[in-house]
Design a protein around this ligand. Structure first.
Ligand code: AMP
Length: 216
């Protein structure tokens, strides 16, 4: 079972991808996380892309395609993958399709989380990420409990690209670049819309229902 999950920035893609990965024993492949790791480690690639990410624009396709291929070849044996943050445009969609054929895999379902810009703005202004484990919280919707050693006052921070102006820009980029992707998956009969403004649990249940139906 291979899944792609879509949604505007702060739609809850990462959280849902984590939940679904755990529940269905899938490998989560988040290109945003891969890029943030490179930035954190101050690699040559990280230094090159940090300005791009902080401006809220997309990294070049060649960089992303190379990163993805490397990850896929390192994880050939996984039971299934949930792609979070890739593909971001039609060219990446076609690249993913070709790469999956090469690795003898295919996409089984494309989940689209639908969330309005108003909700996105609130989610972005409240989002906190644990820089130890990558878990995401939100001061309004899913506040951290500060009851474990990992996600604490020192490790929970705002992402550098999380501010409302950048959020609007990222939302607009998402809207303008993703429609051709949805057409691609719609034509294949793989696109499923999920209401992304309900609770984390309700959304997880809805996505799980869709996957279970496909798994049969
Ligand atoms: P995300 O964590 O998915 O919101 O990604 C954070 C940022 O990483 C984006 O705003 C882009 O700058 C960059 N990024 C992540 N995935 C991709 C991709 N597939 N193509 C281009 N840029 C990406």
């Amino acid at each position: 079972m291979n899944i792609v999950i879509f949604g505007p920035p702060a739609a809850g893609k990462g959280t849902q991808a984590d939940n679904i990965a755990k529940k269905f024993d899938l490998f989560k492949l988040s290109t945003g996380d891969l890029l943030r790791e490179e930035i954190e480690k101050k690699t040559a690639l990280g230094n090159k892309i940090s300005t791009i990410i902080n401006k809220g624009t997309l990294a070049p396709d060649e960089i992303m395609n190379e990163l993805l291929e490397k990850r896929l070849s390192n994880n050939k044996q996984v039971k299934g993958i949930i792609f979070d943050g890739y593909p971001r445009n039609l060219s990446q969609t076609i690249n993913l399709d070709k790469l999956l054929i090469k690795f003898d895999k295919k996409i089984d379902v494309a989940i689209r989380l639908k969330v309005s810009l108003e909700v996105i703005k609130k989610r972005i202004s409240g989002r906190l990420v644990c820089f130890n484990c990558g878990k995401t919280y939100n001061v309004f919707f899913n506040p951290p409990k500060y009851d474990n050693d990992c996600c604490n006052i020192d490790s929970l921070k705002k992402r550098d690209d999380d501010n409302v102006d950048i959020a609007i820009k990222r939302f607009n980029t998402y809207e303008s670049t993703t429609e051709p992707i949805f057409q691609f998956y719609r034509k294949l009969g793989l696109l499923r819309d999920v209401e992304g403004e309900s609770s984390i649990e309700q959304i997880s249940n809805e996505i799980s229902g869709i996957i279970s139906l496909i798994e049969g």
